[in-house]
Each structure stands twice: as structure tokens, then as C-alpha cells.
Design a binder for this molecule. Structure first.
Ligand code: G4P
Length: 534
């Protein structure tokens, strides 16, 4: 294990040792299994199998609802902290279901790097590509893990070519697989000249690691059968000729990804990947903010909310805001300023998520994720500081792709419905629009399954049966521009105007043609498909 901080850093040690990252993958590639092995090697759990038994992809809808009911579980899995040697890893979970991509996008604003897991037989899949594009928007460094090498996989060069071509990123092999499928023996560690051999008998055991003095070392012959060894020597030679070697700077800039080959279920390659995150993964990075960015080593504490989870305990209606600390040394009990309302907030019960447990966070440093229980004051995009009026930027809100009207089964409970909808809007689980004309609400989501989840949560958490029904509108755009231009636009298009839960003005329509027309007729007004959460 890595015993010392390997990178010379200008940051204070407590900050320099933090690695905050997310795992991105297409469903079924092995994200859950890999997470579990991370926790196992991080000493956070004793035995694999303790976290979650199943990956999100194979969950049926009812399983999914059940998961929503067991919100305690999904919350503790939202952020996990554990130590790996001298390092502190903060792993932030990205929801796997594509219907929740907006949540995923926001999660990626809270991390400094991403681990991209691909299935060795399938390569780059649709969701991998999508998530990768989001990482690219933020120039996030990516470390790649090619999983399931114990099964028949694609040729190693093919996999690397596919990543380079589809994602337009340079790939450098950190390890090279020896054999595949039933013959998969292990890997040659290209960065450290070691032979790593997989133990098929014990799935939770760390691989045997043998120091090798280059590919001509006779020791190799003792461990690798002649035919596989010949192939390995040929391939590594070719790889060294054809593929770039690790350029740490390029990796940090997100233009190069190192790839490790392994088998998460057999714990193979996982420790090497973790060493990679420790040694090459970036330390906490500056946070973009207005009017100035926040550096992690600033003395004063600043943090921003990237996720809100409500009603974890339906009896108490509590909410937890997930805050990424951007700077400073946070201590429990601190009074911070809630920048949006300019009000002070005493943070007396912050929580830290240690594997499957929640613990009071006595202290935290830049890079950490803490949960702050609150009664709704904290919203996605909010910033907390020690007084300075500074706002984190770059946390997006996307225009929903599906809109529906919502009707309460009990007409007398209109206020309840409004409260429930506002809560979900603040949580970021849906967009809620109140049209200028008419009495109802229009709810917008990114994926259809969200309507079902919302209906079930409103019923469960508020005891209110609701029905979603087709709306006359299909698209929503935020309206921006000078006040006089926006006022004029609003007056002339009242039938289409609504407000979102922040009171921002939104244009609703069912025709792309309308949007094009407005762009033509109102050059001073801008219709946008995203807005920054403030
Ligand atoms: P996800 O979170 O990305 O959706 O994937 P998850 O870890 O749930 O893994 C998906 C399936 O792939 C699981 O099998 C898991 O056991 C298997 N898997 C993960 N890593 C490896 C590996 O290195 N090699 C092989 N051969 N399989 C691997 P399942 O049968 O669908 O579910 P389960 O019954 O094992 O939970």
C-alpha cells in the first residue's frame, strides 16, 4: 500500500491527502462491485457484499421504489469516505439510472476526478459516452478501469483504440492483461514493472505481486506459460511503441487517461487502480465561483450544496444538503453565512458518510463532502462561507425534456400538493412550473420513470394520491435578458409564461417553431435550456 503521500504538494497535508472522485459507467459494467472492493481495501467494510447487493441497472421498477423507500441506504451510499494508506478517499455516488442524469451532472461538479469503468467485452457504451462528455465539459481527469477481464473480452489494442477514437482522449496503459477469459492470469504493471497474479480461489484477496526486472527477467517464465509470455512481450513492446506513456500533466488536464485492466469481482486490479488514484488523481482543486474562484488552501471555510435529499426519515421531514467543502478547515458547531439569504447558520450536526454509517463530522477539510441536516433552507447551488459574498458557479439545471400536469386525488389538499412539489423542486428531483394562467402546476423531468417515483413519494411522504396527465406544453425554456425586454416579452406571451420554484420566468410551448420564432422576433430576449442554480 502507498505509505506516504507521493506527490509534492503546496497544499497543507490534510488537504493534499484528499481524493474526491466519482465512478462513471454504463449500467452493469461493475460500478457497484468496484465500489464495494474500494471499501474493502479502504478497510471501511470487513467483507464484500455488505454495501448493496445489486447494481441499479437490474433493479426492477418495484425494486427502485423500494430503494426510494429505503432512503437511508441510498443516502449513505451517496457519499462515502474511507482511508487508503495515508490518503482520504471521498467517493461520491452517481445515480446509475439514465433517468437521473441531471443529478449525475451535478454530482460531477463536486468531484475532482472520475473513474470510468468499462466492461472489457463491451467497450464504450451509450451511458459511458454521455457521462464522459460531462466530465469533458469540466476537463475532469479520468482514470479508466477495464473490468471483467476474467471473461472473454475484446483484444486489448481494440479496447484502447475504441476509447481513443470514440472519446477523443489519449490512452496510456497502466497495466497490460495477460491472457483473457478462462486463461486470464493477471497483469503486467507497466508503471512499476511488476507482475500481478490473480487469485481465483479467493475473490477478496489482494493479488500476488512479484517484482520483475523488465520483460526479459527469467522470473517471468516461472509464472507465465510460454505462449502467454511470448504474446505479452510482443504486445507490451508494441504498446510502448504505439501508445503514449503516462504524462501526468495531460492526465490532470483531462486529455489523457491511464487504463488499468482487472476484474472487480475477483478484487483484481482494484488496489493498483486505488494506488493510481492516490498517486496521480488530483488533490482538491479550486472551485469556480463569482466574483472570484476559491482556492482549497484558503484559511476560511467555503462550501456549496450539490445535492439535497429530503425526507430521509419520513417522520421527521428532515433534509440533508450535501456540501462539498471548497476551502478551509471546517469544525462542528461553526457559524457559516448562507450567502443566498445572507443569514448565519450554525452547523451543529454535520454528518460524514463513512461507508454504510453516518457519523457526526467533528471536522472536515477542503475536498470533503459533509451532509447538513436542515429544514429546507439549503438548496442546490447554495454557497456557505465565513461571511464573504461569494457564490459557487457551474452547477447546472437543465430544461426538462418531459412535461406533465399534476392533479391531486383530493381537491381539498391543493396546498399539500404545492408543498410537496416545491420540496421536490428544491431537492432537484423535478422542475415545477406555475403557469400565469390556470390553477395547476406543470412538472418537468428528464426521464419518464421520474414521474412514477414522484407520484409514489408524494403518496408515501405526504399521504396524497396524485395523477400525472398530459400537458398542453412539451418544452420549457428559461427567459433571460434586460428587464424591459423581458417584461415586454412576458406581456405579449402570457399564455405561455410560467414561474419556476425560484420565481424565475419560463416560457412553455409545444412547438420548436415557437422557440425559433421568438429568437427571431425578440433579439433582446434569450431562451435557454439550462440555468445555473443560485
Ligand atoms: P453496475 O453497478 O455497474 O450496474 O454493476 P454491478 O457491479 O452490479 O455488476 C454487474 C454484474 O457484473 C454483476 O453480476 C456482477 O457480479 C458482475 N461483475 C462485476 N465485476 C465482474 C468481474 O470482474 N467479472 C465478472 N465475470 N463479473 C463481474 P450479476 O450476475 O448481474 O449480479 P449478481 O448476482 O452477481 O449481483
Amino acid at each position: 500500500m502507498t505509505e506516504q503521500l507521493s506527490i509534492k504538494s503546496d497544499l497543507p497535508k490534510e488537504i493534499a491527502r484528499r481524493r474526491t472522485f466519482a465512478i462513471i459507467s454504463h449500467p452493469d459494467a461493475g460500478k457497484t462491485t468496484l465500489t464495494e472492493k474500494f471499501l474493502l481495501f479502504g478497510g471501511a467494510i470487513q467483507m464484500a457484499g455488505q454495501v448493496r447487493a445489486k447494481g441499479e441497472a437490474r433493479r426492477t421498477r418495484s425494486d427502485f421504489m423500494q430503494m426510494e423507500k429505503d432512503r437511508g441506504i441510498s443516502v449513505s451510499a451517496s457519499a462515502m469516505s474511507f482511508d487508503f494508506g495515508p490518503y482520504r478517499f471521498n467517493l461520491v455516488d452517481t445515480p446509475g439510472h439514465s433517468d437521473f442524469s441531471e443529478d449525475t451532472y451535478r454530482t460531477l461538479t463536486a468531484v475532482d476526478a472520475a473513474v470510468m469503468v468499462i466492461d472489457g467485452a463491451k467497450g464504450i457504451e451509450s451511458q459511458t459516452q454521455k457521462l464522459f462528455e460531462v466530465c469533458r465539459m469540466r476537463d475532469l481527469p479520468i482514470l479508466t478501469f477495464c473490468n471483467k477481464m476474467d471473461r472473454e473480452s475484446r483484444d486489448t489494442f481494440d479496447i484502447i483504440d475504441e476509447i481513443q477514437e470514440n472519446l477523443a482522449i489519449d490512452v496510456t496503459p497502466a497495466s497490460w492483461p495477460i491472457g483473457m477469459g478462462r486463461d486470464f492470469l493477471g497483469c503486467y504493471d507497466m508503471l512499476r514493472d511488476r507482475l500481478e497474479l490473480m487469485d481465483r480461489a479467493d475473490r477478496n484477496k489482494v493479488a500476488e505481486s512479484i517484482e520483475i526486472n523488465g520483460l526479459d527477467d527469467p522470473l517471468l517464465e516461472e509464472h507465465v506459460p510460454a505462449d502467454l509470455l511470448e504474446k505479452l512481450r510482443e504486445e507490451v513492446e508494441m504498446a510502448r511503441e504505439l501508445l503514449p506513456s503516462l504524462d501526468h500533466q495531460a492526465m490532470l488536464e483531462g486529455t489523457m487517461t491511464p487504463i488499468w485492466f482487472g476484474s472487480a469481482i475477483n478484487s483484481f486490479g482494484v488496489k493498483e487502480l486505488m494506488d493510481g488514484i492516490a498517486n496521480y488523481g488530483p488533490e482538491p482543486q479550486p472551485q469556480s465561483a463569482s466574483p472570484r474562484p476559491v482556492a482549497p488552501d484558503e484559511k476560511k471555510v467555503a462550501g456549496f450544496v450539490f445535492k439535497v435529499q429530503a425526507n430521509m426519515d419520513p417522520k421527521h421531514r428532515d433534509r440533508v444538503a450535501f456540501v462539498r467543502l471548497a476551502s478551509g478547515h471546517f469544525k462542528r458547531g461553526m457559524k457559516l453565512t448562507h450567502v443566498r439569504s445572507k443569514k448565519p447558520m450554525a452547523i451543529s450536526n454535520p454528518v460524514l458518510f463513512l461507508a454504510s454509517d453516518r457519523e457526526l463530522a467533528e471536522e472536515a477539510w477542503a475536498g470533503d463532502i459533509i451532509g447538513i441536516p436542515n429544514h429546507g433552507q439549503l438548496r442546490i447551488g447554495d454557497t456557505l462561507t465565513e461571511g464573504e459574498q461569494i457564490r459557487a458557479t457551474g452547477i447546472p439545471s437543465f430544461a426538462p425534456e418531459l412535461l406533465q400536469g399534476v392533479r391531486s386525488g383530493d381537491p381539498l389538499k391543493g396546498k399539500h400538493l404545492e408543498k410537496a412539489l416545491m420540496q421536490f423542486a428544491e431537492e432537484g428531483a423535478a422542475k415545477v412550473f406555475k403557469p400565469t394562467f390556470g390553477s395547476g402546476f406543470i412538472v418537468g423531468v428528464v426521464g419518464a420513470l421520474q414521474f412514477e417515483v414522484l407520484a409514489s413519494r408524494i403518496e408515501m411522504e405526504y399521504g396524497l394520491p396524485v395523477r400525472f396527465e398530459p400537458s398542453q406544453f412539451t418544452s420549457a425554456r428559461w427567459v433571460a435578458g434586460e428587464k424591459t425586454a423581458v417584461d415586454k416579452f412576458e406581456a405579449a406571451n402570457k399564455q405561455h409564461i410560467a414561474r419556476d420554484h425560484d420565481g424565475d420566468i419560463v416560457y412553455l410551448t409545444r412547438l420548436q417553431w415557437d422557440i425559433d420564432r421568438i429568437e427571431r422576433d425578440y433579439p433582446d430576449v434569450k431562451l435557454t435550456a439550462t440555468k445555473e442554480m443560485m
